[in-house]
Design a protein around this ligand. Structure first.
Ligand code: ADP
Ligand code: MG
Length: 264
């Protein structure tokens, strides 16, 4: 590998034990992510995508196997504030303005007010929310709320951005617009991204590589390299090459599991 390995997920399995049953969510997952790479995780609903992201985040521990982020345990990297998080439903305090919501992460870190203001202003501008600072989350569209959530995550200057279906609740047109803008925003940052999505188009458009998971218990079905040039613009989606990647990814997802005997 010519690029430095940053995330290493090594033969990781995860079983959730509940009083009545145990649920195997992940089975023997192995992949690596290089610094500044954009990797998406895609797979059927309930297969274990969020669990995998939470493992990398250090929010849950593997039952088997090992994960390192920058050579350290994920909990350690999280504690040293290496991560930014963006989830499907952004956690916004409804009584606070956009500006104060974006400042929230810095406030928790007890960063002084003037620095908070300036950093928040910088990222509000970057995500295209300049002029909306005084609005409350309830007055924003879903897309605008996600921009605010992204701005807040970026104020922490993370090295790794972990996103779990961040655009899943948006209509298709807004989503495509947010995808294109996300790439513009990220082009100005020194960031590695791990994104969970169930959108084939989104995964192809954004990613350097796509990790395709099987139905639960999730195993890796395929890791698809997306060799499309950057910078990527929305017009790319009309190209034959883009269409070919979308088809390849769809095939990987629709792959029929053969009976065990037929696999030998
Ligand atoms: P996805 O994000 O792909 O939709 P999840 O990772 O959320 O899937 O869940 C995978 C499986 O693990 C599901 O069957 C889910 O019910 C189970 N699961 C996830 N978190 C827990 C938990 N904390 N306790 C018990 N089971 C869980
Ligand atoms: Mg999920």
């Amino acid at each position: 590998m010519d690029k430095a390995e940053y995330i290493h997920v090594d033969r990781v399995s995860k079983t959730f034990e509940t009083p009545l049953t145990s649920v195997v969510a992940l089975n023997q997952i192995t992949f690596m992510v290089a610094r500044n790479e954009f990797v998406s995780i895609i797979g059927p609903s309930g297969c274990g995508k969020s669990t995998l992201l939470r493992l990398v985040a250090g929010l849950v521990s593997p039952s088997e196997g090992r994960i390192t982020v920058g050579g350290r345990a994920p909990e350690e990297s999280r504690r040293s504030r290496e991560y930014g998080f963006v989830f499907q439903d952004p956690v916004m305090l409804p009584w606070r303005s956009v500006r104060d919501n974006v400042e929230l992460a810095l406030e928790v870190m007890e960063v002084e007010k003037a620095v908070r203001r300036q950093t928040a202003a910088e990222f509000i501008h970057l995500v295209g929310l300049a002029g909306f600072e005084e609005m409350r989350p309830g007055q924003l569209s879903g897309g605008m709320r996600q921009r605010a959530a992204l701005a807040r995550a970026l104020t922490m200057k993370p090295q790794l951005l972990l996103m779990d279906e961040p655009f899943g609740a948006l209509d298709e047109i807004t989503r495509a617009q947010m995808n294109a803008e996300l790439l513009n925003i990220l082009a100005q940052q020194d960031l590695t991204v791990l994104l969970v999505t169930h959108s084939i188009e989104e995964a192809v458009f954004l990613s350097d590589r796509v990790v395709v998971l099987t139905p639960r218990p999730a195993e890796i079905r395929e890791i698809l390299e997306i060799d499309l040039p950057r910078p990527r613009h929305r017009s790319l989606k009309k190209s034959n090459l883009f269409f070919e990647y979308v088809s390849a990814l769809r095939n990987a997802l629709e792959f029929e599991q053969k009976p065990a005997a037929a696999r030998m």
